[in-house]
Design a protein around this ligand. Sequence first.
Ligand code: NAD
Length: 350
Amino acid sequence: MKAVIIGGAGFIGINAVYSFLGKGYEVVVVDNLSRKGSAYNLEQLQQKHDVPFHNIDIRNADAIAAFFEQEKNLDAVLLLAGQVAVTTSVTNPREDFDINAMGTFNVLEGLRLSGQKPLLLYSSTNKVYGKMEDLEVEESDKRYEYRDLKTGITEERQLDFYSPYGCSKGAGDQYVRDYNRIYGIPTVVFRQSCIYGPNQFGIEDQGWVAWFTIATLMKREITIYGDGKQIRDVLFVNDLVELYDKAIQHREQCAGKIYNVGGGPDHTLSLKELIAILEERFNRPIDRKTSEWRPGDQKVYVSNIDKVKADLGWEPTTGIATGINAMADWIEANRDILNHYVFGKSLPVC
Ligand SMILES: NC(=O)c1ccc[n+]([C@@H]2O[C@H](COP(=O)([O-])OP(=O)(O)OC[C@H]3O[C@@H](n4cnc5c(N)ncnc54)[C@H](O)[C@@H]3O)[C@@H](O)[C@H]2O)c1
């Protein structure tokens, strides 16, 4: 199998690269290294493996087209590159659009013009469903829950793009789906919930499970937007990259389809619950303050993962405690780097 991973130096991307290499794939990485920490991920990778890397920005249509003209015999293209924070999309909606909507379109066009038909896997988001304010939620001491929807949100849920990020990712999501219908390129859309794990440079604006864990271990204050009872289904990154592999191995089962992907109803976590877990696990109180809800924040989001289970025989296998421990081990081993990339501190001179 030969796979191109666009955004392959980022959090999910680098985990996919290691996993695919372990399964004997030939891997090519494309990234513009704009995310803080991605250059470090790439450097670590290249110390261990000889993996071809192309520094290409997906906003550059000509460069993407030239890449697909040159790189042949592809079985899969994993499109992970993106502007990933809702907050950034609100302050700079044009850049967000250029990267997520146009960038995705450029990749689709580059593939189409090259005449190749590998499976294109697209990392969409639960934000395409908006705030879902019509759904009744129940409130308890530490969390909200859906009153009636115990198995979570299915793919039948009406789209309601919310925030520039929701719009730009949603545009990509629909284009990716349509390139299957109109041009016969096998594509699959994964509407991902919260993913967490090692190699994640979580910051306040994106990657909350990682950010809370980093802040706890490095004794920083966190801000809780809203009341902290909002819940998400969380998915450990290794489980997600196993799904990508299954999709590539069984493209006939998933091409042209859209799946909600997350930890599902068995792996849900509220902000308050994560704080309690971290305080107990690391035996220290976490400094925190509260602030207003952020745009598009859903009180509850839980993916219904029945469709992906049925079609691809996939389900999450990593429990929350195990996943957090693995991530914490990586944080402990990379304190200096995290200080530099997450908190902007100078690196020690070696
Ligand atoms: N992490 C999550 O919880 C989550 C949830 C839902 C969806 N997603 C989606 O999954 C994808 C990967 O997320 P991640 O958490 O690994 O993010 P990440 O920021 O760690 O990785 C994204 C990578 O893309 C690269 N990149 C950004 N803009 C680029 C451009 N214009 N050209 C080329 N490369 C570019 C970055 O340098 C980075 O290495 C994103 O598209 C994101 O929207 C992530």
